[in-house]
Design a protein around this ligand. Structure first.
Ligand SMILES: *Cc1c(COP(=O)(O)O)cnc(C)c1O
Ligand SMILES: [Zn+2]
Length: 404
């Protein structure tokens, strides 16, 4: 029996699990479905320290094709100090800022590059807003595949420095993320390159599901009440929902239909929030994204309309925040919980704070706020904000005279 097959998200046509990403009859996106029977006890008893703990619900057929750099099983922190500030008793931070390449993108990239190996491809690539570049490049390095990065020429310097260090080739596009995406799609199809977030997308998105698996696992196989998720293309939010659905299907979780899912976006690029607030199902693209949350600067989000669907399925909400609020929230999280995040994480915290202000979260709700990237990846946004140090002569009297 095959472990998996592909199914069209629009018309439900089914396909063999090949190197394929759109439906032949309606051009809809394809999703991976699982047919394997396995003992769910495995997930409760297996000791592991990567997200491959959940192998039975990941789309790799042969374990020998797994390329792992040790990602996943990141901490779920009970945010007691931030919770106290906000009046929440059960606030948790899913801290993916400490993943191997310092963002959650190790999950989708790791699964997609492993699948590329399973398909015997020699080259992978991606279109990236920054973090996916490093995650793809690192897994390609470990697996011995070549890696091409297509990204706007203005992506954050630490992110591109990191990606190139893993040996990837960076093609800097004089344009937006959407331009990079279009070019990567054409080159990928023409040269049989596994572009992880485009022609490998059915497999890529499976990786992010492990965020749902880990949260459920870390809560002792309990269903949370609130999920606050930063959104760019929308793939991660959609995958997290798919993950909870699958856990319910295999009876590892009870009823998941009462989960409240919130999409968080930065104001300068919030096409999904705009659609949600205007009760539209179609997304109007943002042509020139303008935000410090560069990893969320996707003007034409591939999974945008599916995020809207998920929000209506899961008692959802969507909101945006400005640059000032993002920076304020980065600092609040760092000062209360000791976690330093990049602007995308500041977006999740800002929306959490707005929801608390608007009394949308009960103080006892099990609330999970997803922190998806590390602050060291984009320090620029803070350079002008943090106080300049006082320079002191190396003498005790001088130092005591200026200390707070
Ligand atoms: C890519 C990214 C996101 C958004 O994920 P999508 O699947 O594009 O919605 C959120 N946070 C960080 C840090 C990212 O790199
Ligand atoms: Zn179809």
């Amino acid at each position: 029996m095959q472990k998996i097959f592909l199914e069209c998200r629009e018309c439900n046509a089914t396909y063999r699990p090949d190197f394929k990403y759109v439906c032949d009859s309606c051009f809809g996106p394809l999703d991976v479905k699982y047919t394997n029977k396995f003992s769910t006890k495995l997930f409760k008893t297996r000791s592991a320290n990567t997200y491959w703990k959940y192998f039975e619900l990941l789309p790799i057929l042969d374990k020998s094709n797994i390329i792992s750099i040790g990602s996943g099983l990141t901490p779920l922190i009970k945010a007691t100090k931030l919770g106290e500030k906000l009046g929440l008793y059960n606030l948790y931070i899913k801290n993916d800022s400490v993943n191997t390449t310092f963002s959650f993108k190790d999950r989708p990239a790791g699964v997609a590059v492993s699948k590329a190996k399973e398909f015997n491809l020699s080259t992978v690539g991606c279109a990236s807003t920054g973090n996916l570049a490093s995650a793809t490049a690192a897994h390609a390095a470990k697996g011995g595949l070549k890696c091409l990065i297509f990204a706007p020429k203005n992506i954050e310097q630490p992110k591109i420095t990191q990606a190139i260090s893993y040996g990837a080739e960076y093609i800097a596009i004089d344009g937006t993320y959407d331009d990079s995406n279009r070019i990567a799609a054409q080159i990928g199809d023409k040269h049989k390159i596994g572009i992880v977030n485009i022609n490998m997308r059915p497999y890529y998105t499976e990786g992010s599901k492990t965020l749902a698996f880990e949260v459920a696992d870390q809560l002792g196989w309990k269903v949370p009440d609130q999920l606050i998720i930063p959104v760019g293309s929308g793939a991660m939010l959609n995958s997290i929902c798919k993950g909870f659905e699958e856990l319910e299907n295999v009876s590892l979780l009870g009823d998941t239909s009462n989960i409240h899912v919130t999409a968080a976006q930065p104001r300068g690029c919030a096409p999904i929030v705009n659609a949600f607030k205007e009760h539209r199902t179609e997304i109007i693209p943002i042509e020139h994204p303008d935000t410090i949350a560069k990893s969320l600067a996707i003007g034409d989000p591939g999974d945008g309309r599916y995020v809207i669907k998920r929000l209506s399925q899961y008692n959802g909400y969507a909101d945006d925040c400005n640059n000032e609020e993002i920076i304020d929230s980065i600092i609040l999280l760092a000062k209360t919980e000791g976690i330093f995040t990049e602007p995308a994480g500041g977006v999740s915290i800002s929306i959490l704070r707005k929801m608390v202000e608007n009394k949308m979260i009960d103080k006892y709700d099990q609330t999970i706020c997803f922190i998806t990237g590390n602050g060291l990846k984009s320090p620029e946004s803070l350079f002008d904000i943090i106080p300049k140090p006082k320079i002191a002569q190396p003498s005790i009297e001088k130092i005591l005279s200026i200390m707070r």
